[in-house]
Design a protein around this ligand. Structure first.
Ligand SMILES: CC(C)(COP(=O)(O)OP(=O)(O)OC[C@H]1O[C@@H](n2cnc3c(N)ncnc32)[C@H](O)[C@@H]1OP(=O)(O)O)[C@@H](O)C(=O)NCCC(=O)NCCS
Length: 203
């Protein structure tokens, strides 16, 4: 999985599925379309994310483009993985790792889950696996999470991961018809070892 032998060769090619205590993470496939639509078409799920409720064609379009990535070979790319319950194989959400900068070794995580599976710590457990990929797989120095202040559930995920809140940008974006205040969270590679294991109740 790890290939950081030189800066030019820095790439991420995970072995799938990535297993956590209760989940499996793997690239999305056309068989996931209905499960993705079940939550990515919901206005409540999309309220604070940078996309509108999706229809089948939009899901298929993403499947054929950005979601087709199974690894990261350069900055500017993103890796989206589907999250399935190990017990049933049901797809319950998706997580993303952006590689923003090769020079600054910067990345970002994001997460979108089906509300039918909220409240079990699954998003935190899956996002934690993406931090692990970013720090241990790609060798990033710093990973951020950015969210709308009103998205308390998302801020709680970032806090449970051990990310530090670094900034509160008041009304910095006119987002979906209203001003949004952004909270910025971050974790550095040197902080990762302290958060490498999710304590019980934070998974
Ligand atoms: C953000 C989002 C993923 C958070 O979902 P979530 O269900 O709150 O998060 P988790 O799956 O990590 O579950 C955490 C909850 O499970 C509880 N929990 C239950 N069992 C648990 C366990 N074994 N381990 C950890 N937490 C557990 C936690 O206490 C927590 O509950 P609380 O929020 O009432 O304190 C979800 O709200 C979502 O998809 N929103 C729409 C998309 C979005 O806004 N994404 C973020 C964009 S920035």
């Amino acid at each position: 999985m790890i290939d950081v032998s030189s800066e030019q060769q820095r790439e991420l090619h995970p072995t799938y599925p990535i297993r956590t205590e209760r989940l499996r993470l793997r690239p999305l496939t056309p068989d996931d379309v209905n499960a993705l639509l079940a939550y990515r078409s919901l206005p409540d799920v999309c309220r604070y994310v940078p996309f509108a409720p999706m229809d089948r064609q939009q899901v298929l379009d993403r499947m054929a483009t950005i979601w087709a990535n199974t690894g990261l070979t350069d900055e500017g790319q993103a890796l989206t993985l589907g999250v399935e319950l190990a017990a049933s194989g049901a797809l319950i959400g998706d997580v993303i790792l952006f590689w923003h900068s090769r020079e600054h070794l910067g990345g970002e995580i994001g997460y979108v889950f089906n509300p039918d599976h909220a409240g079990h710590g699954y998003a935190t457990e899956a996002a934690h696996a993406m931090l692990r990929l970013g720090f241990e797989g790609l060798g990033l120095h710093r990973i951020i999470a950015r969210l709308d202040e009103r998205n308390g559930a998302s801020a709680n995920v970032a806090r449970r991961l051990g990310m530090r809140q670094e900034a509160r940008l008041v009304h910095n974006e006119f987002f979906k018809g209203e001003w949004s205040t952004e909270l910025d969270f971050a974790m550095l590679a040197e902080e990762w070892p302290s958060h490498r294991e999710l304590p019980a109740g934070r998974r």
